[in-house]
Structure formats: C-alpha cells, structure tokens
Design a protein around this ligand. Structure first.
Ligand SMILES: [Zn+2]
Length: 554
C-alpha cells in the first residue's frame, strides 16, 4: 500500500504542530500500518484563515490524475486537509472517485457508516475551532469592543472618538449627512442623486473627500447608526483591504445594542435594508450557475454507468431542461436509459433523507449509533494513550539509569549517544500523548450530536442546494435510477431494526412518465401552477406525482 503525506502549517497559529511534528506522526502511522509514503507535500501559509495552498492543489492533481498511484492521502488532522466542509466534501469526493482514502493519522476512524458521519462531525468541529483560534488572536480587540470602545481606524461618518475614554460620540454636522443619506434612499433616490446632493451642499466623507456610490453603500449597511455596537473580525484586514461586502458568520460578530449613541432609528434602518436587498435581487442580477446536488452519486440502473447532470435547451419553446443523463448514453450512445428530471430526482432523494434519517424516529437511532461509535473512538484513544504512557515510563527509567551510572563515575562515549537517542524518543512519546489528548478535547456529547444532526436537517429542509451538496455524501451512498423505480442507498445501517446488511435500500416505484425523454416535463419557466406535494410541505416536486400515485415497493 502506498500513500502521500500532506502537511500544512500556518505561521500565525502558535498552537499548531510544526511541519516536522506533523510529518513525523504521519510516518509513524504509516510504519505501523505497513504503508509506504511515496511523496510529501507541504504548505506553509501566512495565516490560519487564508486559503493559500499550492502544494495541496498539486497533490490533488497528481494523485487524481494517476500520475502518482496511491491508496491513501495521509494528513495529521482533518483540519489540515481542508478549511471548510464544502471544500473538504469536494476534494474528498474527488479522491474517493479514484479509490483514494483520506486518513487523519491522529484521528483514525474505521470504514463504518457511523464513522463517516462522525468524521464529518469532527471536521465541522475543527472548522469551528479554527474560527475560534482566529478569534483568540483578536482577543484584546474584542475585549475593547465589549466595552464599546473604538477598536482602531477611522470611526464611521457621524461619529468622533472621545479622547481618553475611546468611546463614540456624535459629530452633529456629519450625523446630518448620515440622516440625509438614509432619508433620500428611502424616498427612492439613486446613489448618484444622493451623492450629488451631499457634494453640492458641502458635505464631505470622513476622509474629507466627495461622496461616491461605494461610500454610500457602506453607510447604508452600517448597523452602528442604530446604536448597536458591531464588532467583527471579517471587517478587519484581509489581504490589506477591508472586506465589508463579504458576508460574515454570525458567530464572528459581537453585537451590543445601545453600545453607542444612535443616529438612525431602527425601523428606518430595517426599511432601508429591505430596499437594498430587493434592489440586489432585482431581475438582471447575475444568474446563479446550476448546482447538481447529486454529482457523483447517481448511477444508471440499465448499464451501471454514472449519470451526469446536464442542462440544455430543447422542445418547442427552447425551454431549459436540467436532468441527469446516463453518461454511456450521452457519450458512447451505448445505453438506452432515459434521463431523469433533475429537480424531481433531487427532491426525491432529499425527501427520502428526511423520511428515513431525519425523522422523529430516525434521529434518536442515529444519535445512539453515533454515540456508540464515538465511545469506541475515545476508548481506542485511551488504549493508545495507556500504551504510549507505558513506553514513556520505560524510556524514563532507562534515562535515569544512565544518568545515575554517569553520576557514579561510570562513563563511556556510547552512553552519551544512547542518552541522546532516549531523549529524542521521550520527546516523540510526549508529542504523541499531547496529540491524543488534544484529539480527545473534542468530546461529543449526545446533545452536540443531536444539535449537529438537527442542523443538517435544517440544511436539507432549506432547499439550499449548495449547502445540501456539502453534506449529502455524508448520508447518501448512491442513487440508482432504473426504468421504473429509484433506489436510494443510504450510508446508515439498518434503521428498521431488521437484520443484517450495512445499508438500507429505499425503494419506491415511480411512474415512468416522470422520465424525461420526450421532454414532457414542465420547464422551470412554466412552473406556475400550484405544485403537488409529497411529504413535508416544503419539499416540492415541480412536476411531481400525487402522493397516492407512489406505491411503496417493499
Ligand atoms: Zn446507462
């Protein structure tokens, strides 16, 4: 068996193991498992949160293109592999499609379906901790922020900083400009009209320059004007530039209502936000690229080939049809399976997830299973810990024997060498203990597992395909589309309490007219009539069947 090793180090993260320590742990693990490391890839990032990973991308390219033949990618910890769940899901799927397994050597988990979910959960935790870490760097600033004091830089238009206390006070002349901006916007004025008015009436920005569109945008979006002290790290420097337009995670933001004097009343502010959102989503905004939720998961029941998401214009009205098509039919013309409507198939799979896993009966079962898997993980860790501690105490004994011998005047040149070797060994064991203990810090309680599953359930219910895509392969093994029915094979063992088998096929017949071949499907444009529904009200089948038309096959 062969593997490549990937290590990553961010220089601003002091708690992180060095590249050498990461690689050492990887090599130890490889040796223990009889795996040969054929190549090492190392990225040294300037920051824990920027995504600058040339070697990572090279590794993915080399192992997936087959230019390097390996069975595993070894990393020290899962958070070394990718910085967020979405990324991770994408790259992991890429590796999996070539039969390559990702292994975090300090968090080894087995292949069981529970482990797959557990692994995703640990990864989410790592993501959370990575954010926390960045936060710690900002701790001093945050403490200042909690006292609603100015944290540096220029205050927003309308405010001055009181010398000494560093608190915000209103600058009346500037505050007038702010009020004008909000009220003109509410009256429907364009940015240009507002800027022209302000500039011609002698108002200036905080920097003393003329108003332009972007300065107005930032003012209209600044919640501070309602008296809410807002502090967030995303507003801090990123690559030397403030990125106020980027959306920020809620957990990154500190909001303290009444933290500074208000210039705009909250209802005016809310009204303006609504108007701005409406303008943003106005027609003509860039069309989002189609997201195929089930990429890599759908297989043709007729020939066993993969089914690929595809979009084309066809039919009398040149409507756009999105569908999953058998690759063998499309490229080789070697299969006659019909394609299937994209939305129908995706909603069907999501619906099955809700029905089978994320149901009132399913979640408690899953929580229990994950809990068991987690207990096993902790047990493994603690056994490993015992073993290493024992090794450590043996090394300690050897060291003190030599030291005593030297103290007794028994000295030989080889002793010095042996002592150095023992000391090195000791350090290695200490590092290993430290790593295992740290892995144990992420202890999952039943409540955490429940909350995690509940969060995933909400993602699935939300219908946000991009978000669903990041988690779907955690739960769905594959989807096989046959002529007259669909098999959804989930990764979770046996929910019904029945015997054996590590997978739960969910099989339902569907009416063959739901296959899109002669384009009898409704186009997206024509979905105007009230769609029929199946299951929870939020899951819609745009061209779907009535619930009663779906006889359950097994
Ligand atoms: Zn086929």
């Amino acid at each position: 068996m062969k593997a490549v090793a990937y290590a990553r180090f961010s220089s601003d993260n002091q708690r992180e193991e060095s590249i050498t320590a990461q690689l050492r742990a990887i090599h130890d693990y490889a040796e223990k498992n009889g795996v040969i490391i054929v190549r090492e890839y190392v990225d040294e990032a300037r920051s824990a949160t920027t995504d600058d990973r040339p070697e990572f991308l090279r590794m993915i390219e080399e192992v997936t293109s087959g230019c390097l033949q390996v069975d595993y990618v070894y990393v020290h910890k899962l958070d070394r592999f990718a910085r967020n769940r979405y990324d991770s899901a994408i790259y992991r799927r890429k590796l999996a499609s070539k039969g390559i397994k990702l292994i975090a050597v300090t968090q080894p988990l087995d292949d069981s379906p529970e482990s797959v979910i557990l692994e995703a959960m640990l990864e989410a935790m790592a993501e959370y901790y990575s954010k926390n870490l960045g936060r710690e760097v900002m701790k001093g600033m945050r403490e200042t922020a909690f006292q609603c004091r100015h944290t540096g830089g220029k205050p927003p238009l309308g405010y001055d900083i009181e010398p000494g206390s560093n608190k915000y006070i209103i600058n009346e002349r500037e505050a007038e400009a702010v009020r004008i901006i909000f009220s003109m916007y509410l009256q429907g004025c364009s940015y240009k009209e507002i800027a022209d008015y302000l500039n011609s009436h002698g108002y200036r920005t905080k920097l003393g320059s003329q108003f332009v569109k972007t300065s107005l945008y930032e003012i209209l979006r600044n919640e501070k004007y309602t008296g809410v002290f807002v502090f967030n790290r995303a507003a801090s420097k990123t690559g030397g530039k403030r990125n106020n337009h980027k959306s920020k995670d809620d957990e990154e933001i500190i909001r303290i209502p009444g933290g500074l004097p208000a210039i705009i009343d909250p209802s005016t502010f809310r009204e303006v936000q609504k108007m701005m959102d409406r303008r943003k989503h106005a027609p003509g905004a860039a069309k989002a690229k189609e997201v195929y939720l089930l990429t890599g998961l759908v297989w043709c029941g007729a020939c066993g080939g993969p089914m690929i998401g595809n979009r084309r214009r066809a039919g009398r009205n040149k409507d756009i049809y999105a569908a999953y098509e058998c690759n063998n039919r499309k490229r080789l013309k070697a299969c006659h399976a019909k394609s299937i409507n994209k939305e129908y198939l995706e909603q069907y799979v999501l619906n099955e997830l809700i029905r089978v896993i994320f149901s009132d009966e399913g979640i408690p079962i899953l929580v229990k299973k994950l809990n068991e898997a987690n207990k096993q993980r902790l047990e493994r860790n603690s056994k490993e810990l015992d073993y290493i501690r024992q090794q450590l105490s043996e090394v300690d004994k050897k060291i003190s024997n030599i030291v005593n011998a030297i103290a007794d005047g028994l000295y030989s040149p080889t002793m010095k060498e042996t002592l150095a070797k023992l000391e090195e060994e000791k350090t290695r064991f200490q590092v290993a203990i430290d790593e295992i203990q740290r892995a144990n810090v992420v202890e999952l309680t039943e409540d955490m597992i429940k909350a995690y599953l509940e969060k995933d359930k909400q993602v699935i219910l939300s219908g946000d395909l991009q978000a669903c895509k990041a988690i779907i392969s955690t739960y769905v093994d594959k989807v096989i589309v046959y002529e007259d029915h669909i098999d959804v094979i989930l990764k979770i063992v046996d929910f019904t309490g029945g015997g054996g088998g590590s997978r739960t096929p969910v099989r339902r017949y569907i009416h063959s007219s739901f296959y899109q071949d002669s384009f009898r499907f409704q186009s997206r444009r024509r979905v105007s009539r009230k769609p029929d529904t199946l299951g929870p009200a939020r899951l819609r089948f745009p061209s779907g069947p009535r619930a009663g038309a779906l006889p359950v096959a097994c």
